[in-house]
Write a protein that binds this ligand. Sequence first.
Ligand code: G6P
Ligand code: ZN
Length: 544
Amino acid sequence: MKIESIATKTFTDQKPGTSGLRKKVTAFRQPHYLENFVQAVFDVRPDLQGGTLVLGGDGRFYNREAIGIILRMAQANGVGHVIVGQGGILSTPAASCLIRKYRTQGGLILSASHNPGGPDADFGIKFNMPNGGPAPESVTEAIYQRTLELEHYRICPPSGINIDHLGEHTLEGMKLTVVDPVADYAELMQSLFDFKAMRTLLASGLFSMRFDAMHAVTGPYALRILEDLLGAPEGTVMRAEPLADFGGVHPDPNLVYAADLVAVLNRPNGPDFGAASDGDGDRNMILGSRFFVTPSDSLAIMAANAHLLPGYRQGIAGVARSMPTSCAADRVAEALGIACHETPTGWKFFGNLLDAGAITLCGEESFGTGSDHVREKDGLWAVLFWLNLLAVRRQSVAEIVKEHWQRFGRNYYTRHDYEDVDSDAAGDLMQTLRARLPELIGQSFGPFTVTAADDFAYTDPVDASVSTGQGLRILFEEGARLIFRLSGTGTSGATLRLYVERYESDPGCLLEDPQSALRPLLELAESLAQIQHYTQRSQPDVIT
Ligand code: G6P
Ligand code: ZN
């Protein structure tokens, strides 16, 4: 076998962020850039030698080229078997499913998630562990350290194998299996949800839904599952064709970027249920007719209703949410007598809890929900969860949510994002506020008294690893919170996120508009952190 050892130069910027290495396509296309990172992965994961690697991505611009390079490097690094999605396509949860199902030594997932795609837009790569979940910080740090020292990478010449052709291919020294990206995932979904009940609902003539694939990876998954297996009428899946630039849209399922779907759901006599997923299929947004379900409420409602669905009939062991996610799930956990864990932002922090069986469901305010069925958040899974719930409860989305609030109270919640802010200014804002936190404790601002204020740190209950600097929290009496965090996923400048929450249990006050219900807290946030001054913005760019 011809293996070339290519002399390379060091790039100092390959430290993975919240979810792998994300950069502009132009960065990844620099000679040796992708190769260095991939070599570092092979170097720090020696069990891939002779082992099996899952490989696929969300189909964005540069996906296919990157797959070609990684296959040649896998061959040169002695990987025994690569399982690749047909055409190089795998949604992130489907990749996690394959890693687990075939007990592989891990996977490489190519995606920049909800970031735009195209020659001038974003690309990304991350390594997932044998449990199917994103590598923990110890591993991403080791990969990064390795990128700083490696001088060569190993690569074979192109094999000429066509990854559009399903089935087994034998390369010199390596087996390659091209799999249907949807099949195993669809099978897993059928083991968790009541497809018969969902089919009946969709055939009833009394219900319709719309799923927005945003020209991203979930198109083929949603077509197969919703239209083929569940019999939803053609056209239920909109923007179903995956495109390398997502048709120019920002493939992020929120009220701003999925405005087309929101408009459809707002129509008189529009669909009863709407949902969308992101670039790589792990995020979800849930809508009813003229009704938006916050991801935080969605998690809480799932926890309260999981026992109604086949895969969770035995009840849930526990739940977890990221720190900025609203505390709605905590109230459900309390009622169920199970633990609710609070983790830093980033799906990887759920991995140990899931592996230890401490939790069954988990979710984040950033439009992610999932369960122990894989080790990634899972967009279509969340959609099917809701669809199954609608089929069982025979109520509208809004009715289910409002009943939930009546029972548990409502955590009014909003997130304000200030995007592409000057990095130094954003750092200054955080530093200044951090320094002020101790003096805030015990102070009252109108009706709000600060009970605690800190920079969130987390000790993993399973492996005792400590993660510090995870966001500034100001907690008030009676469940109000202000949280300030800098995004870990952007590729230019800094994004400041302000998360605002207030708990309301008065049954007569549950249906206010969150922006007005939270107005006093938003004003307090501005006065404490001087957001306008530091960001030079009078308004956030995105409100969810
Ligand atoms: C990715 C991760 C999520 C995380 C989110 C936070 O989507 O997979 O687990 O919640 O990034 O993004 P941010 O931009 O707020 O750091
Ligand atoms: Zn994603």
